[in-house]
Design a protein around this ligand. Structure first.
Ligand code: PHB
Length: 388
């Protein structure tokens, strides 16, 4: 319910001047449980944006309403999403760490007249699940495709792929296999692991036995990626001469201290490194570090959220605070800006973010492990998107 002050009411009656309103943004993410740190990064990105830009857009005040979704749980995601729209009256939805959660929320958007800005979930097909989805993260097709080129350039002929068996894993596998084969490489095996896998020793043995020179791996960032990286080190794969190639989900900055020297030299491709050298990133990292409290836990979901807030602010501006999901989404098609990650654009065709993908190497600088950017693949769209 809008609360009109007498003055605002008088203004409206006298000439239709816009009235001040509170616009609620519902954010769904893992704020507790094993992936809570990823949710804290959503919140840090949002808080950083609010600290640098304020919580007013024109006359309107924005208010964030959080809902906790600890693990991938499509039924709960749909229930929370409906509750945010119907119970809380949110005008925008945002967040969604895991693909199944974004997929389950997407069909609700049109009836609710609410746009959704995906801060993380990275399967290409999400964009086709609703015309009201916009995404400020990445897709695993987008991050994995350049890695196939890098592998071939570095002389790797035989590779094995190992991915978590759900949307972004299957996409990462498809992207790497296509790019690697197109460039003349051979895939000796493709392994898909159930999402709840936490003992990676048998997988490491399979990789060793496969005869591959390199393993391309994707797992969703969180406890599983740390477990996989530790198993890779502890089972002596590096010593056996096997190169690990992965999108940057496997070397998120918060995991690097626990991996220590074992991760040094690991090559990954990704859209964002906390160490990215630009004035926009320095300002972002300062604000987001303050927001998260423990700067060592700052990682990529924060930049998806920060840029997502920018996109939502542009939607609110364009619709002058009116609830019009179609107009809001139209207004950000083709929107370009300088993100902390580099120059970006919302692709007007599929509403996913076009961005640089960087090749990075885990390196030690001033006694701290970082993802050091060593090469840029400019203006990458989503090679995995297919017109519906
Ligand atoms: C996803 O579920 O889409 C997802 C989650 C975590 C990642 C990447 C993709 O690191």
């Amino acid at each position: 319910m809008k609360r009109l002050t007498l003055l605002a009411l008088a203004l409206v009656l006298s000439g239709g001047v816009a009235i001040a309103d509170t616009i609620k943004i519902g954010v769904v993410g893992p704020f507790s449980g094993p992936a809570a740190q990823q949710g804290r990064n959503f919140q840090a990105g949002i808080d950083a944006w609010l600290a640098l830009n304020g919580n007013k857009i024109g006359n309107d005040t924005i208010e964030i309403v959080y809902r906790d979704l600890p693990t991938a749980d499509p039924a709960k995601s749909a229930a929370l999403t409906r509750d945010l729209i119907v119970g809380e009256g949110v005008r925008y939805l945002a967040g969604y760490y895991y693909t199944p959660d974004a997929m389950a929320a997407a069909p609700i958007l049109v009836e609710g007249n609410v746009p959704m800005v995906v801060f993380n979930a990275a399967t290409s097909a999400i964009m086709n699940a609703s015309p009201y989805v916009v995404r400020t993260s990445f897709t695993t097709w987008q991050t994995s495709t350049p890695m196939a080129a890098v592998a071939r350039e570095r002389g790797i002929k035989k590779a094995i792929t190992v991915v978590t068996d759900y949307g972004p894993g299957v996409d990462a596998e498809s992207a790497f296999v296509k790019g690697f084969k197109d460039a003349g490489g051979e895939i000796v095996a493709s392994v898909r692991m159930p999402m709840n896998t936490n003992d990676f020793s048998p997988i490491m043995q399979r990789i060793k036995d496969s005869g591959a020179e390199a393993v391309f791996a994707f797992l969703p960032s969180g406890p599983a990626t740390l477990g996989f990286m530790k198993a890779f080190a502890e089972n002596g794969l590096k010593k056996a001469g096997i190169t690990l190639l992965a999108p940057g989900d496997l070397t998120q900055e918060s995991d690097l201290p626990a991996l220590g020297d074992s991760a040094l030299g690991t090559l990954t491709t990704f859209h964002y490194a906390v160490s990215h050298d630009s004035p926009e990133n320095k300002a972002f990292v300062a604000a987001a570090s303050k927001a998260i409290g423990d700067p060592a836990s700052l990682t990529f979901p924060a930049v998806g959220a920060y840029d997502g807030m920018y996109v939502i602010s542009k939607m609110i501006e364009a619709t002058k605070g009116k609830q019009d999901a179609k107009a809001a989404v139209e207004a950000v098609k083709g929107l370009s800006w300088i993100s902390p990650r580099g120059p970006v654009t919302i692709d007007p065709q599929n509403r996913h973010i076009t961005q640089n993908i960087y090749l990075r190497e885990v390196a030690s600088e001033n006694g701290k492990s970082i993802n050091k950017e060593i090469r840029t693949f400019e203006k990458q769209g989503d090679p995995g998107w297919k017109a519906p």
